[in-house]
Ligand binder design. Structure first.
Ligand SMILES: Nc1ncnc2c1ncn2[C@@H]1O[C@H](COP(=O)(O)OP(=O)(O)O)[C@@H](O)[C@H]1O
Ligand SMILES: [Mg+2]
Length: 522
């Protein structure tokens, strides 16, 4: 880090540690008290970094360590670097992987020819911002049809643990950056906050293999790092994004996994500093901290920063203050549901809870809009009918309602899609589907063209033209279809049989229609 600090104005002074409580460090400065956000360095070779958060009195500051504080003791000298935490910017950072301090962590030499910028920057003023309303296609049917994403917009992938946020994010990178004729020609920046460190390594290897690393930068502050580092890594990534937007005038794709961990790190820091918690133990300053970060993700005349953020939803509770605050910053919210993931309907996007501000006739066009509305209506009707089916069975529905159920279930199957990034464990080849193909398929299903096909013929296919292949294949198959995937289905079958024997547990009854439904299929 010395190379970095050397280039700064010499305003540094030396203090001494007066207290260390975990990550919180108190330092006494006799000459010049460092301002808030100053970066202090301690330890034999300055390996311990501390960011000043408050000035306790005229001689003492309290800060949070961005590194482990092992070996730190009272009386040890602390050097004020004379400025805040900085991030490297420049062409040389492309294809590299960094930690929160801008140190390369890809086992290559530190990049040369970079300049350093403070990670704390103001969002661009409103007068300089620009708005566009251009949709960008992702090649994922469910998203393109029902939740179109905006170029220069912010999209969130909401969901509890293990519902497929990271998989979907990686697939989006693959589709947008990895394709030769991809929609995105700019720079991509991936910021990992507080998630598994292994995921970072995996992604790096994957991107390298796909040959898209040249236009990519990765920054990580994962769950093994102290709260201070996780709290600042988002700002470091944004500083790089702003450099590419403002200095190089390129469009930037900013991917964040996971923005909830940023809020969580802020809450840890706040707790460590002894601040009174607010609702559900979150920090009282959550709203401000999140806006300060999200507002910087903005479009100007120079370029756009499109961002896609995974948002962990604690305990699947979408009223959690962290989720609610994040919702308000986004132009599209993609909600992943555990229930759909459990049924093997991947991507497990809940079409009725997800929304995008782009889904208006003025932007996507009349036909797309009308179709999307009809799909939503059909799925909503099916959701309403589920209770009745669970209690009375499918046979009790009117023929019109039964047709709705058939259409909805076929739509649900058609809107699943095999992913490139899951090829190894699903054994299915990934599919990229154009918006036109996706719309066409949905329209034909709504017109009942496929009502004589088994539902499974539509499951995990790409464009609707692939359906015939699936049909002939499934004919030979046994009747364990629909959710193709599995145990969920076998258990449904057994449940159904049990319920026939008179056991009428509501779940068993709810599964029964699957069986009956299949009986209709040829
Ligand atoms: N599109 C998909 N196709 C098949 N399996 C998936 C898909 N998405 C998620 N999964 C399964 O769910 C698991 C958890 O996904 P992950 O993205 O790591 O969850 P999260 O990031 O939400 O915690 C994956 O390891 C995979 O087994
Ligand atoms: Mg994840």
């Amino acid at each position: 880090m010395s190379d970095n600090t050397a280039s700064r104005p010499i305003a540094s002074s030396t203090g001494a540690i007066t207290a260390v409580r975990g990550s919180v460090v108190d330092v006494r400065f006799d000459e010049r008290l460092p301002p808030i956000r100053s970066l202090l360095r301690a330890g034999t070779d300055g390996q311990i970094a501390i960011e000043v958060l408050t000035q306790v009195d005229t001689r003492h500051v309290r800060g949070i360590a961005l590194t482990p504080t092992q070996g730190l003791a009272r009386g040890m000298p602390v050097v004020d670097t004379g400025g805040p935490l900085q991030a490297p910017v420049g062409k040389a950072i492309l294809s590299r992987m960094f930690d929160v301090f801008g140190h390369a962590i890809d086992r290559l030499d530190e990049p040369k020819d970079v300049s350093w910028r403070s990670v704390h920057r103001q969002p661009p003023p409103l007068t300089q911002r620009s708005t566009t309303s251009k949709v960008f296609e992702t090649g994922i049917k469910m998203i393109d049809v029902l939740v179109p994403l905006e170029t220069g917009g912010k999209a969130g992938l909401f969901g509890g643990a293990g519902v497929g946020k990271t998989v979907l994010l990686t697939e989006l990178i693959h589709n947008m950056v990895g394709q030769p004729d991809s929609t995105h020609k700019g720079v991509s920046i991936f910021c990992g906050i507080g998630e598994r460190c292994r995921e970072g390594q995996d992604l790096y290897a994957e991107m390298k293999e796909a040959g898209v690393l040249d236009n990519m930068v990765m920054v990580f502050g994962q769950m093994n790092e102290p709260p201070g580092a996780r709290f600042r890594v988002g700002q470091a990534a944004l500083t790089m994004a702003e450099y590419f937007r403002d200095d190089e005038q390129r469009d930037v794709l900013l991917l964040i996994d996971n923005i909830f961990r940023f809020i969580q790190a802020g809450s840890e820091v706040s707790g460590l500093m002894g601040q009174m918690p607010s609702r559900l133990g979150y920090q009282p300053t959550m709203g401000t901290e999140l806006s300060a970060l999200e507002e910087r993700i903005a479009n100007t005349k120079n370029g756009a920063i499109t961002s896609i953020q995974a948002v962990y939803v604690p305990a699947d509770d979408f009223t959690d203050p962290a989720a609610v605050h994040t919702f308000s910053h986004l132009s599209a919210s993609i909600v992943l549901s555990r229930k759909r993931a459990g049924e093997g309907l991947f991507p497990a996007i809940d079409p009725l809870q997800s929304n995008s501000k782009m889904a208006t006739p003025g932007i996507v066009g009349e036909r797309h809009y009308a179709l999307a509305q009809e799909i939503r209506r059909t799925l909503a009707q099916y959701a309403d009918l589920k209770d009745i089916i669970a209690m009375l069975g499918l046979e009790q529905l009117s023929p019109a309602d039964r047709a709705v159920v058939a259409r909805a279930r076929r739509l649900e199957r058609f809107l699943t899609q095999p992913f490139f990034t899951t090829e190894q464990f699903t054994g299915l080849q990934g599919k990229l589907v154009s918006l036109a193909d996706a719309l066409d398929g949905c329209e034909r299903i709504l017109r009942d063209e496929f009502k004589d096909y088994p539902e499974s013929a539509l499951y995990m296919i790409g464009a609707i033209s692939e359906v015939k292949v699936a049909k002939s294949k499934t004919k030979a198959d046994t009747n364990a279809d629909t959710n193709a995937d599995t145990s969920a289905d076998t258990s449904a079958d057994t449940n159904a049989k049990e319920s026939a024997h008179g056991a009428n547990a509501p779940t068993a009854a709810a599964q029964a229609p699957q069986e009956q439904e299949q009986a209709h299929a040829p």
